[in-house]
Ligand binder design. Sequence first.
Ligand code: G16
Length: 561
Amino acid sequence: MNDHQKSLILSSSSQFPPPQGVKLSYGTSGFRADASILQSTVFRVGILAALRSLRTQSVIGLMITASHNQVSDNGIKVGDPSGGMLTQDWEPFADSIANAPTPQELLQLVEEFVAKEGIRFDGSRPAKVLLGRDTRPSGDSLLEAAKQGISSIVGASAVDMGIVTTPQLHWMVRAKNKGLKAAELDYFEQLSSSYRCLLDLIPNGSKVEKAENKLVVDGANGVGSEKLEGLKKSLDGLDIEIRNTGKEGVLNEGVGADFVQKEKILPQEFGPKDVGIRCASLDGDADRLVYFTLPSESSSKIDLVDGDKILTLFAVFIKEQLSILTEGGQMVEDGYHARLGVIQTAYANGASTNYLRQLGLEIALTPTGVKYLHEKAAEYDVGIYFEANGHGTILFSDHFLSWLEAKNNELASRSKGSEQKKAALRLLAVSKLINQAVGDALSGLLLVEAILIHKGWSICKWNGLYQDLPSRQLKVKVIDRTAVVTENAETIAVKPPGIQEAINAEIAKYPCGRCFIRPSGTEDVVRVYAEASTQEAADSLANSVAKIADQFLGSRSSSSV
Ligand code: G16
């Protein structure tokens, strides 16, 4: 680093002093906090993104969002060249620069890291960062801070993609680095054309009842509603009504996928008129999707069709297509067997895991956070990952896609095999429709809709694949959530000492009881998840364990869902 570069970092960072007395960390999905304390963090992540671009010689993404959090929060996360999350190797650097108290200490950390990573400032390929933000009012000024951080690295450029969903930005980064068209219209075109392709391949006679055609979407008063409007224009025959578009309500307040999944009641703007209608909820930045339906006018309690059920629907469909393609799973002449895996977290309802096991699927468990699930899913030819909260996607390996293309060409030259050819074409269409960079509510929604039409299933038929075990989630505000340390994909708390034994003693009181605690990586809380044979038992187990968390960790205030 030359002197000009060093003085540029020193002078620009002096305009963004870090907040006093706050320790920030790159959590489940980047930095998140009250927006008022984030200027310095966002500025510094701008520097990191430009360095990452130099290191990888690729375009990097920066998304300003706090997704499902309340509107006064905001956050920032980095998208790597593949479009996926920032490599975990760089997270400690993100933590250290976010917390460096002075410009001099920040510069020293940057210099050390640049030397360690062998980052070159020779100007051969200047850094390039794509920036996006959600609809939060704090987004504009944080975007400016990010731009300042990026331009503290000599030659680096920031390209503002405007207000986009988080998955759109990840998709754009991936497309740019593959040399493909990466504008929003290209995203819409890819999604709508692959959706239409799946509809063209629907077997004769698979049609849902006319009344079943309507889909009502809760846009969480966020960016997803506007983008779904845009996407709708290029979709024929899908009757979508969008509510909670943000014109009146507040982002994520009484609306959105997180609210619907946790509370299991109707979001605002939904009511008795919606009985029996297929409904879906997006979250604040449209990377999560859940479905629901209202069974009766007399209550606002919904039948939730969560991320586990979406995973199951996708797994059933993909398995079926693979089976057609490989003639019932028999060894085909080229001897290739695609490895299909499904990835869940400890939050997955036990009934879903049992069902997937009965289907004969290979199941892996990871800690919470798309960064972990995505990494695991990439180990398979087809890896389907979903969190119960509706965050997930399907990954196809390059090797599998090449095999599929070759198979498709080979089948084209044969007279028999049209069913196999259709299966190959369907899988290719799914690989284009479903976001390969990150979980994406819009592409997930189109795939759900296409599969339901393909199978002629109503939402009730889909929801009836298995029955969820009753569950309850609570948040506990404790003095220091980092005092909780977990192992075994967050199923066991190893710290503070003795807490797991106390939890186990509670679980033992409930038939089919299961319960765990973990520190949130996006909110300042400890989360409690409990499952049991009845709703009362699940509620009671969750409440007892929340009290244990209070006792061991010290309560800041009462717990709430
Ligand atoms: C983010 C992550 C998800 C995670 C969720 C909650 O979602 O991307 O993988 O499940 O946070 O995380 P935690 O329980 O650690 O707070 P989003 O939609 O908020 O970006």
